[in-house]
Design a protein around this ligand. Structure first.
Ligand SMILES: Cc1cc2nc3c(=O)[nH]c(=O)nc-3n(C[C@H](O)[C@H](O)[C@H](O)COP(=O)(O)OP(=O)(O)OC[C@H]3O[C@@H](n4cnc5c(N)ncnc54)[C@H](O)[C@@H]3O)c2cc1C
Length: 478
């Protein structure tokens, strides 16, 4: 799909985010292996990569290069060798989407905003043709609250149409065509990778990836139309078959069997509706629309370009409010995210990691994880947890570098209100090991409950919620 302006904008934003949030947006090397029967020959892929480098003008981490078969097999020994011609190495970036979103929210709070986790918009009231009040519900205690406002931005991804209906919005332009993307996770020992590997599925020639992710290996994603409720999106047997078949084609000797899957997740891409195109052909562009009574809706788009989308939405907000103010793009766009402050200099992250190891005796994987999750705040996180209880410096799941202190910090400072919040959206534990997450849920609930005032029955309830969610995530195996 050749959408030059989107590729250019994404490359620019990817570069900016690597600078402004270096703890969680990091360069990732990708290998695209080429076989005799690949859809495109090596020379053609190299030509495409030149274009990718040019469009990424000065923003790509490094330019692409051709890799010989011998070199490739040295670095990715699990790859299928027969009819392999060589590969192209190029750079993209990877992030922790939950924590990037969280950091952005925390930044908003630091700038004077209010954020409420697990709250949902129920309805809106209008007066004299203008938005006056939003009614929201706190889903933790079912209490409802009223918020006075003259403008609301609907940024609810696949739920956009539902939320607009709740607000009684006037018809506002493009419809969504949500497509589902499923992922499966294996232990690194099942498929050890040094690079992300681009795979063209033997089933339908779609591009999928095998990615070194959080110390494990992630295979994804699918791209299929989805007509159900956005609340009920799980990886099913068909998704698993597709992903396993694709990965097995490229890594025939790896034991990529469904029973070895450690975790799964699926999400909906909130794409703009497009007639006659397959899901993978639909543009990833965004569109901002408005109901002049006080509603701005943002639809489509990519995580990579979220700041550009936010800026476009703010311009419309000012329009709705009749303000002539400037959105202040320059100041906003140069500001690092909170946890990324003081880390943009080369070597700054490694320095924090080394200090964590030196001062607290933490082994490298733990120091690295803390630095990724909390950036320049990592030392403060450890010090505060240590002062409370030294046992918080032990891992939650043996073999995974996530310490108990993260549960304490998430409950106290990161608006985690349930154990599911913590296991799925403050850490990747639930996806790295779904079954073990069920086993440790009660212990996590105890740590969080200490901060949130939970009694024994709430701790039980929290653990049950994790077990129920795990059943849905691993349902493909039944
Ligand atoms: C499989 C997959 C792979 C992707 N890969 C990439 C990629 O490689 N690069 C990239 O840049 N982008 C990628 N994306 C796209 C990116 O993840 C999405 O564009 C992004 O998550 C959309 O963010 P959003 O905030 O609009 O929606 P979401 O992240 O879906 O958030 C919507 C929020 O609205 C909330 N909500 C729903 N109803 C209400 C209500 N009534 N009141 C209040 N809140 C409500 C929901 O709880 C949710 O938190 C991918 C998406 C998927 C699904």
């Amino acid at each position: 799909q050749l959408n030059f302006s989107l590729v250019f904008e994404s490359a620019q934003e990817r570069g900016n985010l690597m600078r402004l949030a270096p703890n969680i947006v990091k360069p990732l090397p990708f290998i695209m292996p080429v076989y005799e029967d690949s859809p495109h020959p090596l020379w053609k892929i190299c030509a495409g990569m030149w274009l990718y480098d040019i469009l990424g003008a000065f923003h790509n981490y490094k330019n692409h290069k051709k890799v010989s078969k011998a070199m490739l097999l040295q670095e990715e020994s699990a790859l299928k060798q027969e009819r392999l011609k060589g590969a192209v190495l190029y750079y993209d970036a990877a992030t922790d989407d939950s924590r990037l979103t969280l950091e952005t929210v925390l930044d908003g709070v630091r700038a004077g905003g209010n954020a409420m986790s697990r709250a949902e918009v129920l309805s809106a009231r209008y007066e004299k043709g203008r938005l006056k009040t939003l009614v929201i519900r706190d889903n933790m205690d079912d209490s409802t609250h009223e918020v006075s406002t003259s403008c609301v931005v609907v940024a609810s991804g696949p739920w956009t149409e539902q939320v607009l209906a709740r607000l009684d919005a006037l018809p506002m332009g493009p419809k969504l065509r949500p497509t589902k993307g499923a992922h499966i996770v294996f232990d690194r020992s099942t498929l050890p990778l040094a690079h992300a590997v681009v795979m063209s599925s033997p089933i339908d020639k779609r591009v999928t990836f095998a990615i070194p992710w959080q110390g494990a290996t992630l295979i994804g994603t699918t791209d299929t139309d989805f007509a159900g409720s956005p609340d009920e999106v799980f990886t099913d047997k068909q998704d698993v078959d597709y992903l396993v078949t694709t990965a097995k084609h490229y890594f025939p000797k790896a034991e990529l069997t469904p029973d070895r899957i450690k975790g799964t997740w699926a999400g909906l891409r909130p794409l703009l509706s497009a007639e006659g195109l397959s899901p993978s052909e639909i543009s990833r562009e965004h569109k901002v629309t408005m109901d002049t009574r006080g509603i701005v809706a943002i639809a489509g788009g990519k995580l990579t370009t979220y700041r550009v989308m936010a800026l476009d939405a703010m311009k419309k907000v000012l329009q709705v409010l009749g303000s002539k103010k400037d959105v202040g793009k320059k100041a906003v766009f140069r500001k690092p995210l909170f946890y990324g402050e003081k880390l943009s200099e080369p070597g700054a992250i490694e320095e924090v990691e080394n200090e964590l190891s030196r001062e607290h005796g933490l082994e490298k994987p733990f120091a690295h994880r803390l630095c990724c999750a909390f950036g320049s705040l990592a030392k403060q996180v450890v010090a505060e947890a240590k002062a409370k209880d030294r046992s918080l410096l032990t891992p939650i799941i043996e073999g995974l570098p996530i310490l108990r202190l993260e549960a304490f910090w998430a409950a106290r400072h990161e608006m985690a209100r349930t154990v599911v919040d913590f296991l799925c959206r403050r850490t990747p534990l639930f996806y790295l090991d779904c079954r073990k997450s069920v086993e440790v849920a009660k212990e996590v609930a105890r740590i969080m409950g200490d901060c949130l005032g939970w009694g024994a029955s709430e701790i039980e309830k929290q653990a049950d919620m994790v077990a129920m969610l795990a059943q849905r995530h691993m349902a493909f195996s039944r």
